[in-house]
Structures are given as structure tokens and as C-alpha cells.
Design a protein around this ligand. Structure first.
Ligand code: FES
Ligand SMILES: [Fe+2]
Length: 453
């Protein structure tokens, strides 16, 4: 591979003159420190994360489309807490701890569903969709002083932004849009509120949640762990941007074979697949991979006219490449006009060396038989893409080999070994390259929270 001289202050750019959404952020120096690996294994650090991160930041509970209608709810579990978000009226969403104020019983048991009002099955207390108390069974048998205490459901801060429902246990937190900063405007472009979850899978992995997130935060490992991606995506010249509050991005060029490969500029099996997916016959296509990429972008602009998709709002790169956003603390979003890949890294309630990888595909449904989901989405056969039914969550417990698609299964197999190594006395902490800048930035933000008073 012909490697250009790398200037870590300049980093790579997606084109010679990136503009608009593609503009790189200014260089911010996160140093060269080596972090203490203790934070991946220690229960003490895990407890500090609970007190200073999970209960202080905004957390993505679910997608807006998960609670489309009034009465729809979603049960979001984080650590030992269960937080329920409910579409409580046409123009409001409520969130509360899944706890009855009478004696503490859980109120919701399913992952998601619909309720007219909220009832507790222990002694029959009832609550309105906004969590306010509707009825105390035999209220005349309570002394007035007892019912003077708050007996509504205990509220959690909630906002709906960028097509997602966000909750925070921190009453004093800034608004979500401010928290996301510039990333909110980028996400707006994708109109995620109009998308629907068409696949939702969870898999428990024997590693710390940060070990998991980090393997999604860089493309440095692709040629080794996922060699099959080399024909389809660039993994070395990957622009990385960092923003305040732990938000960051990498842009992974698609329909560009890796420059690590011999003959990387030529079209190959993967680029041929991408061509035929948009209706271009690869056998009669003349040109190299970059020509193929341009042809696909042009074709997508034609689709936009035919299917009224409004792709004028996207740059050419957004039509083909993966714009991958990191949202602190535990979210990665792979953004494409056709849909968004949501990856969440959920800590185990008690064990720092287990986490749950939670992933959804939020698909932009186009009601036209001539339109189809891109083949590279890799959806299981018979996936309902109408957006009419919210799919059940497929869960692969610890020890069960997941079936998440080839690339993710490779990560699932690898991560327990990384975690095992991190636990060794011989491991002194990670040595990050600038290809792993997002990891350094992530830990910088973790430190800001952990070291806060
Ligand atoms: S615990 Fe809910 S009504 Fe008693
Ligand atoms: Fe991976």
C-alpha cells in the first residue's frame, strides 16, 4: 500500500475540499497517555461509572417509532434500573422508574407494548399514562398524612430528539440537543423519526462494555478480523472527528476496496454486488471502483426522483459511505440514507466483565414494490420491512453462539479473548494509534466524568 505521510493534526479527509457535513473538526489534542486497564475489570470502577456516568448522562432508551401511538411503551433496562417510556399524549412522552410507589412492585414486565392506563397487580393502584396517580385502592383506609407523600410514579427526565427517545436520571442535565451539539444537526438530515425498527437483536458477551464499544470505534482491526470487508470498504484512509461532550465520528468509505489490497482500485465481487443492487449490470460496467462508486451515487439520485426520497439534502459521500457517529457514553450509529444501524453497549448490572450488545436496524420504509432494502444490510430472510410490526427482540444469552451476521459474529468470538488478556498482570494498558483516536477521545470523556466531584 502506498501510505501517504500521516499528520496526526490534519488526519485524513474524505475529499480534498470537504464541505458541509463532511468538514473535519479542528484538531484537539487528547494526548498520548496510557490508561490503567483496571477500568475494564474492576467492580469499583464499575460502581463509579454508575454514580458518575450512567446516572448523569443522556441515555438512548428506544427509537421514536417504538412508541408510535398514545399508550405505547418501551421498557428500557440500564444497570439495576428499569425505566419505562410511554407516549402519554399526542404531543408528549413520559418516563418513570418501573416501580410502584406503594410497596415497590414492578409495573411493566414486557420489553414493549400498549396500555390504556397503568395498573399495579399487587394491590391494584392505578396510574395515568403520564405517571400521575389515578386511584389508590381503599384510599379511605390510609391516614391523610400517608397520602400526603408523593404517590405518583417517580419521574425520569425524558426528551424526544433526532428520532430517538432519550432519558436521564440527572434532573439538572442540559437539553439533549445541546448535549449532542453539532451531531444533532447531522442526525436530523437522516430523518430517523420517519424510520422503523425492522430488526432488534441482543447478545451477551463476556467482556466489559467499553471493550465492546471500542471494537466498533475503529477500522484498524478490519483487515485482520474481518478480511471479507476489504473488497467493499476503505479501512485506512478513514476521517475521524471529535466534538465536545464525547461525540465523535468516523467516515468509512464504501464501494472503495481497501488500499491495503493489491489492485485495490479495481472492481471486485463486492463492488459488483453493490452495482447490481442498484440495478447496474456489472458484466457490462466499464471502469474502476471509483467509477462504480460514482455510478451508484448517480443511480441513487435517480431513485430519489422516482421514489421522492429528497436526497438533495445528502452529499455524494453520504449516499454511499457509512457516517458513523459515537454518542457518549454507549452508542454508535452507522448512518445511511436507507437506514441507520444502532449499536448500544449495555453494562451488566453487577459484573464488569459482561455486557449486552444491543443492535437495531432502523429502516426508512418506502411504500413502493419497486424499492428494496439494500442487500448489504444482510437482513435475515423473511424480515418484515413494512414497518407495520415492531419485531420482537432476539436475545442470544451468554455462552450461546450468536447469529448476528458474519462480521458481528467474528467480533463476538474475539472479544472474550481481548477481555481475558486485559485481565492479565502482563497487560499494562492500551497503546492507541491515531486510527484509534475515537477510543482516546472516549476515555478522555470518561475521565472528565469520573474525576468530577
Ligand atoms: S405495590 Fe403496587 S399497589 Fe401495592
Ligand atoms: Fe469488528
Amino acid at each position: 500500500m502506498d501510505k501517504k505521510v500521516f499528520d496526526y493534526k490534519q488526519r485524513w479527509k474524505i475529499s480534498s475540499k470537504p464541505k458541509g457535513i463532511e468538514k473535519s473538526t479542528k484538531f484537539q489534542d487528547f494526548g498520548t497517555n496510557r490508561i490503567n486497564p483496571d477500568r475494564y475489570i474492576s467492580k469499583k470502577f464499575m460502581d463509579a461509572e454508575w454514580d458518575k456516568i450512567w446516572t448523569k448522562t443522556w441515555l438512548m432508551a428506544c427509537s421514536s417509532s417504538d412508541i408510535k401511538d398514545v399508550g405505547d411503551y418501551f421498557n428500557f433496562n440500564i444497570g439495576n434500573e428499569s425505566i419505562v417510556v410511554v407516549r402519554s399524549s399526542e404531543d408528549s412522552v413520559s418516563a418513570f422508574y418501573n416501580v410502584c410507589p406503594h410497596r415497590g412492585n414492578r409495573l411493566f414486565f414486557d420489553n414493549f407494548g400498549f396500555v390504556k392506563d397503568i395498573g399495579c397487580r399487587f394491590h391494584g393502584w392505578k396510574f395515568n399514562l403520564d405517571g400521575s396517580n389515578q386511584e389508590v385502592t381503599d384510599s379511605e383506609t390510609f391516614r391523610e398524612e400517608v397520602l400526603c407523600y408523593d404517590h405518583d410514579l417517580s419521574q425520569v427526565k425524558v426528551e424526544e430528539e433526532c428520532g430517538f427517545i432519550w432519558v436521564s436520571m440527572n434532573e439538572n442535565i442540559m437539553p439533549v440537543r445541546e448535549y449532542l451539539g453539532e451531531v444533532a444537526e447531522h442526525l436530523d438530515l437522516y430523518q430517523i423519526d420517519k424510520m422503523h425498527v425492522i430488526r432488534h437483536a441482543q447478545s451477551d458477551w463476556a467482556a466489559n462494555w467499553k471493550t465492546g464499544l471500542e471494537s466498533f470505534y475503529e477500522t484498524y482491526h478490519l483487515s485482520f478480523i474481518h478480511p471479507q470487508t476489504q473488497g467493499m470498504m476503505e479501512d485506512y484512509y478513514v476521517p475521524i472527528d471529535t466534538w465536545p461532550n464525547g461525540m465523535n465520528r468516523m467516515i468509512v468509505p464504501f464501494v472503495e476496496p481497501s488500499k491495503r489490497q493489491e489492485g485495490g482500485s479495481l472492481i471486485n465481487e463486492a463492488t459488483n454486488l453493490m452495482l447490481s443492487d442498484v440495478g447496474i449490470d456489472p458484466s457490462s460496467f466499464k471502469g474502476n471502483a471509483i467509477d462504480a462508486k460514482k455510478a451508484i451515487q448517480k443511480k441513487k439520485r435517480e431513485f430519489s426522483k422516482i421514489f421522492d426520497l429528497g436526497y438533495e439534502r445528502y452529499t455524494d459521500a453520504q449516499l454511499t459511505d457509512s457516517f458513523v457517529y459515537g454518542i457518549f457514553p454507549n452508542i454508535q450509529l452507522g448512518c445511511h440514507p436507507e437506514g441507520i444501524f444502532v449499536h448500544k453497549f449495555m453494562p451488566h448490572p453487577t459484573n464488569p466483565e459482561i455486557f449486552t450488545y444491543d443492535t437495531t436496524i432502523n429502516y426508512r420504509v418506502v411504500d413502493n414494490p419497486d424499492y428494496h432494502v439494500p442487500a448489504w444490510f444482510g437482513l435475515p430472510e423473511n424480515t418484515d420491512t413494512s414497518g407495520k410490526t415492531r419485531p420482537e427482540i432476539v436475545h442470544f444469552p451468554l455462552g450461546v453462539k450468536p447469529d448476528l451476521g458474519e462480521v458481528l459474529d467474528q467480533d463476538a468470538e474475539l472479544l472474550p479473548f481481548v477481555q481475558e488478556g486485559i485481565r492479565s498482570r502482563g497487560f499494562k494498558g492500551p497503546l492507541w494509534s491515531e486510527q484509534e483516536l475515537r477510543l482516546r477521545h472516549f476515555h478522555y470523556e470518561i475521565d472528565q466524568y469520573i474525576n468530577s466531584k
